[in-house]
Design a protein around this ligand. Structure first.
Ligand code: FPP
Ligand code: MG
Length: 311
């Protein structure tokens, strides 16, 4: 048995051989759900808050907040230091999905096992709900982070901004939309799309936790390497699941990539090679954080979870 060094409620005792990932995820998911619930009460004008909450509180794996809490803990920080950023990451992720599902983008009817936001509230309110969640995410980090110096908070705000803008999610989404109907795009373009559309926010989820905890630059760089690998592996697995899983399992329409004639990793490599590449990236991610010793166990287990997941 090995005990991590963090000081508060995040402290856990990890047994390296029998780490209970299911229990760990469920515990962290519950904490994140409670924090998100408290972050967004419904006030006037109710419609916009209801629309924001409809998507924000619709479940989801909460992987980004959990990664942020995990790296903060690993670097000796506490839950209150990271929870505001953890919530902001989920707000940003949720708003990107609300906008991604709009008729002007992927035109999807289902997300997280329920009708998409615009199907319930209309395109106008769904666009505004996304905008409001994005703005609130930054306000929330700035106002609600506790026990962290303003310099570190400012760095997290700047990194978050970069990860969602044209250098991050938006850039990836633009190239993704431009590539639709072109199954012949290169591996380089496909990798650009995914490292930006999915990878950028996952990377900041991992590094922000460490920054808030006061990690040194070498540790932040190592965690960034881990994040880049799991980010790409996550997307390769997403592409495979779009082919192999059902809509019920995914909680969203399956088979969309083929339908939209999107180039994907399986379309370039085939399913088996895609799985092998994802596993290789996960192995690389795990090797990167092995230097942190026993405390890295949640990050190792989370990396495994990314390739093993079924939705
Ligand atoms: C899902 O991809 C979509 C994303 C990961 C992000 C999309 C980004 C935007 C809409 C930009 C949002 C705007 C800001 C300001 C951040 P997918 O369509 O491949 O996956 P899916 O099957 O889950 O829809
Ligand atoms: Mg989509």
């Amino acid at each position: 048995m090995v005990t991590t060094s963090s000081q508060d409620s995040l402290s856990q005792t990890f047994d390296l051989k029998t780490f209970d990932l299911k229990g760990y995820l469920s515990d962290r998911q519950q904490r994140v759900e409670a924090a998100l619930d408290g972050a967004l009460p419904v006030v006037y004008p109710e419609t916009i808050y209801e629309s924001m909450r409809y998507s924000l509180m619709a479940g989801g794996k909460r992987l980004r907040p959990i990664l942020c809490l995990a790296t903060c803990e690993l670097m000796g920080g506490s839950e209150p230091m990271a929870m505001a950023t953890a919530c902001a990451l989920e707000m940003i992720h949720t708003m990107s999905l609300i906008h991604d599902d709009l008729p002007a983008m992927d035109n999807d009817d289902y997300r997280r096992g329920q009708l998409t936001n615009h199907k319930v509230y209309g395109d106008d309110v769904a666009i505004l709900a996304g905008d409001a969640l994005l703005a609130y995410a930054f306000e929330y980090v700035a106002r609600q982070t506790v026990g962290v110096s303003p310099e570190r908070i400012l760095r997290v705000v700047a990194d978050l901004g970069r990860s969602v803008g044209a250098e991050g999610l938006v850039g990836g989404q633009v190239v993704d939309l431009a590539s639709e109907g072109n199954p012949d795009i290169t591996l380089e373009t496909l990798t650009y799309i995914h490292t930006h559309k999915t990878g950028a926010l996952l990377e900041v989820s991992v590094t922000a936790g460490a920054i808030l905890a006061g990690a040194d630059e070498a540790a932040i760089a190592t965690l960034s390497d881990y994040a880049k690998c799991i980010g790409l592996a996550f997307q390769i697995v997403d592409d495979v699941l779009d082919i192999t899983a059902t809509s019920e399992e995914l909680g969203k329409s399956a088979g969309k990539d083929l339908q939209a004639q999107k180039a994907t990793y399986p379309s370039l490599w085939g399913i088996e090679e895609s799985r092998r590449q994802a596993q290789q990236l996960v192995d690389q991610a795990k090797a990167a954080v092995a230097c942190f010793g026993a405390g890295a166990q949640p990050l190792l287990a989370l990396a495994d979870y990314i390739v093993a997941r079924t939705h």
